[in-house]
Design a protein. Sequence first.
Length: 73
Amino acid sequence: MKYNEILDEIYRLREEHARECGYDIHKMFEQLREGTERLKAEGWQVVSPAPREKETACALREEPPQKKQGQEP
């Protein structure tokens, strides 16, 4: 895989943040929420990602789907 310096920086910052929080996920997310609120207070527009579409339940079928005629196994 090619070296990607942007991803490398993201991984480094993520590790640094986790280390600062003692690898406590609750503390990490609390800091992220506080940072988001600080940005809002500074006038930044903070948006949520678009809602995801419902996933299909194909993986939950009890029986495999029927093959159509002419399809190979």
